[in-house]
Design a protein around this ligand. Sequence first.
Ligand SMILES: NC(=O)c1ccc[n+]([C@@H]2O[C@H](COP(=O)([O-])OP(=O)(O)OC[C@H]3O[C@@H](n4cnc5c(N)ncnc54)[C@H](OP(=O)(O)O)[C@@H]3O)[C@@H](O)[C@H]2O)c1
Length: 326
Amino acid sequence: MSFSAFWVEKNEDGFSRSVVERELDDLPDGDVTIEVQFSTLNYKDALSATGNPGVTRNFPHTPGIDAAGTVLDSRADAFKAGDEVIVIGFDLGMNTPGGFGQRIRVPADWVVKMPAGLTPHSAMLLGTAGFTAAECIDKLESSGMNPDSGPVLVTGATGGVGSVAVRLLSHLGYEVAAVTGKASQHELLQSLGASRILSREEATADAQRPLLAEQWGGVVDTVGGTMLFNAVKSLRYGCSLAACGLVGGAEIPATVLPFLLRNVNLLGVDSVQLPLAEKARIWDKLAGPWQVDLASLEQPLSLDNLSPAIDRILAGEMVGRGVVAL
Ligand SMILES: NC(=O)c1ccc[n+]([C@@H]2O[C@H](COP(=O)([O-])OP(=O)(O)OC[C@H]3O[C@@H](n4cnc5c(N)ncnc54)[C@H](OP(=O)(O)O)[C@@H]3O)[C@@H](O)[C@H]2O)c1
């Protein structure tokens, strides 16, 4: 049985993108075959689609680190045909054909049952980006953050992770400050719940100083680099920053001083290899008390208009969540 898939090929001029027909037999061996209804576009998918070897080594390839849909066939007892499921992370879309194809086949221990309260569409409006925003907030709260800790800073605020983090924090009763490079998107950020907006320049000013004025009760950082460490230097005593991204750089201009003098914490956040039980716990929160309306963030995409959207996300111009209808 054939199905459509986004297809990235390596050639003499670099990497080309097209939509092709593939066969179920082309998919790797695995426990669960899934009809993908929705996927999402993440920054990492754009890296895969442009041949970044840190994400994808083997081409031709179908990216898509996220997928939600219906089980077609399962040899694992935990799943049966017709079950609605979510797959994010692990190797999906990296070196395993991903959610930018209408079918995927994966190991059972990558698959989460759709929690009541979410649908394939709403789960992918969140996708890895929204899930990671929730994981950051969950980890910050586990480290003591609460709405009385002080305002929470979100960097890269109009991006996938950032925009969901702003919305979710505001829903949970936090005062939210958002860093954005997009002067045109202040209204969107305010509508999501940001009460203060900082420019990237403000968020990276005075980088040579060892400590900055104590402001933040927590930080969700998607940017890395100077912005990350300026935020660490601006944490209130005992508070924490959750680091999940590197769009502004992988290196951190750091000293140990904020840790020694302000008792602050730098928390790492990974959504890819997070054990399945932990993934299911976070999805349950997102389906229940952390359920938020993200309709204003949706950028509807299909396989046919995915390629220009990949260029936009690489250029840092994407706003909100690109949801790919398969
Ligand atoms: N650890 C994990 O498991 C995990 C999971 C998901 C994502 N991530 C990482 O998190 C990051 C964000 O992912 P995403 O999907 O949200 O990407 P995205 O949609 O492209 O958003 C990134 C945002 O960062 C800002 N930005 C872009 N370039 C910048 C620069 N040079 N300096 C400062 N700000 C910049 C932009 O927002 P403004 O214009 O509003 O500033 C942009 O919209 C990526 O590095 C991604 O790989 C990690």
